[in-house]
Design a protein around this ligand. Structure first.
Ligand SMILES: Cc1cc2nc3c(=O)[nH]c(=O)nc-3n(C[C@H](O)[C@H](O)[C@H](O)COP(=O)(O)OP(=O)(O)OC[C@H]3O[C@@H](n4cnc5c(N)ncnc54)[C@H](O)[C@@H]3O)c2cc1C
Length: 463
């Protein structure tokens, strides 16, 4: 494929309309909606949006686009954070949100089979009547296809794992329209190359995922949340690492700096003390939740953690996590007209306190407002810098700063992205992290699965 923008001609639009029964849009607001994600990346419209209803339709659309060398960017909920869904080269935005059927619920196997456009909240609403749930929680109401494609994780990963651990099998369509099935619905599997985990995190560059078999868990008898305050950022982060080392089975452990707390207080009408804070959640029986909380409280006190406060009733617990998940929007609301640029660094647990300290020291010397928060029990944390998107030079300066900080994280043995993925934003950092040779192997895989380079071009690698 050439590196020019591709706009579909009338003939191609007509052909696609025949394949999907007319569900092709060139309406300006629909194109705009599919031209951006939740990041500060400059938007770029697709030439057309194609709504698909089935694996067969995806297969026929891809076979057609492959022959015509039209770029195709799969689109789920558009909540990704590295320009993933931006159709840099035009072409088709392939919208999977119509594929929103829950195909099979098997409580005895703790398994569900869904189409790729089902969102995690819709799934959990349905599953709750069976006393089971799907655990991966990135906060945003993303589609399960999009979550698999980005290798999503979130607040519960410390206990239940990320998409990498919870996707058991996939149906996917290759660039030429070939339909493949990967994995099995078994707890163990040792059959050949692990294509499921190759597709998880492939960001729409290797195949379009159309169906997923997902692992489920029983809803715990009791879920108790708690907050605890610390005098310094360092104390809070070091305390989280100590809790993880202790082996207490925490279900969530999230760090928020004082400014994040101020932002969510204003956004979600809370009145939490504005200090560095850890949010915890414990799952189990009522007795085990209280006991886990007691042991954690003891550990935290060694790191000057004070004001340990339970949010035990269901309403208070939900409100707390809703506020945590709104922190991205709370920061934006605190800075009208600005947009957040989020980092996604992860380091080995022993390096976490030093990594957060390095980021805080660097950011405290620059002019842009910032917050630091994250899934510290997994060694994964985000800083969010607020940029005035009407001033491109601000974005350039922030991206340079983020790049330099992330190189230091890589030197510490960490990664440029724990969960958001590479998208268009971390292409150079992927090379710095894995080395050019490993990226060449990735390019080889891409070339064998998508020889014409039609699937989400300009993401993970530069064309
Ligand atoms: C407030 C907020 C908080 C967030 N917190 C987290 C977090 O804690 N953890 C985390 O991991 N992420 C987080 N994210 C990022 C985002 O929610 C995830 O990346 C999510 O997995 C994206 O899913 P989506 O359906 O929106 O995918 P989209 O944004 O639509 O697509 C993401 C990528 O996947 C590809 N894709 C989509 N569907 C398919 C498919 N069916 N087959 C193949 N490729 C496909 C797209 O082409 C694109 O490259 C957050 C985002 C926001 C806005």
């Amino acid at each position: 494929m050439t590196a020019d923008r591709i706009d579909l001609d009338a003939h191609q639009l007509a052909d696609l309309r025949v394949i999907v029964d007319g569900r092709v849009s060139t309406n300006e607001s629909v194109l705009d909606q599919h031209g951006h994600d939740e990041s500060a990346f400059p938007p770029s419209r697709p030439s057309a949006v194609v709504m698909v209803n089935s694996t067969e339709e995806v297969s026929r659309v891809l076979a057609y686009c492959n022959t015509e060398q039209i770029p195709v960017v799969p689109f789920g909920a558009g909540t990704s954070l590295e320009g993933h869904v931006v159709p840099i080269f035009g072409g088709v935005s392939l919208d999977l949100t119509n594929m929103n059927r829950i195909l099979e619920i098997r409580p005895d196997d703790l398994l569900v089979r869904v189409q790729a456009g089902v969102t995690r909240m819709a799934l959990n609403e349905k599953l709750s009547t069976y006393g089971i749930f799907f655990s991966v929680d990135p906060g945003a109401d993303a589609t399960l296809g999009g979550m698999a494609a980005t290798g999503a994780a979130g607040t519960t990963t410390v206990r239940y794992g990320s998409m990498r651990e919870n996707v058991m099998a996939l149906t996917a369509v290759l660039a030429d329209g070939t339909v493949i099935r990967t994995g099995r619905e078994t707890r163990k599997l040792s059959a050949g190359y692990d294509l499921t985990r190759l597709l998880v995190g492939s960001e729409g560059t290797l195949a379009v995922i159309t169906e997923l078999s997902l692992r489920l868990f029983g809803i715990p008898e009791k879920m108790g949340a708690a907050v605890v305050r610390f005098p310094t950022l360092h104390d809070g982060v070091a305390a989280a690492s100590a809790v993880v080392r202790s082996g207490v089975p925490i279900a969530r452990c999230e760090f928020l700096d004082a400014l994040s707390i101020r932002n969510i207080n204003a956004h979600d009408h809370l009145s939490l003390s504005e200090s560095p804070t850890l949010f915890f959640e414990f799952h189990g029986s009522p007795e085990s939740v209280m006991e886990d909380g007691r042991v954690v409280q003891e550990i935290l006190s060694e790191f000057h953690g004070t004001e340990f406060e339970w949010a035990n009733d269901e309403g208070a617990r939900r409100k707390l996590w809703q506020a945590r998940h709104n922190s991205h929007f709370a920061a934006a609301a605190a800075h009208p007209g600005k947009k957040g640029v989020s980092t996604d660094m992860a380091v080995p647990p022993s390096k976490l306190a030093a990594a957060v300290a390095m980021v805080d020291a660097t950011l405290s010397k620059q002019p842009f407002p910032y917050t630091i928060l994250g899934h510290v029990a997994d060694g994964n944390f985000h800083s969010q810098l607020m940029a005035d998107i009407s001033k491109p030079e601000e974005l350039v300066a922030i991206r340079k700063l983020v790049h330099e900080m992330t190189l230091k994280i890589i030197e510490m043995g960490g990664t440029c992205t724990g969960e958001h993925g590479i998208g268009a934003g971390k292409i150079d950092l992927l090379v710095a992290e894995t080395g050019g040779e490993a990226v060449q192997v990735m390019r080889g895989i891409k070339a064998s699965m998508d020889p014409n380079g039609i699937l989400n071009p300009g993401k993970i690698f530069r064309n």
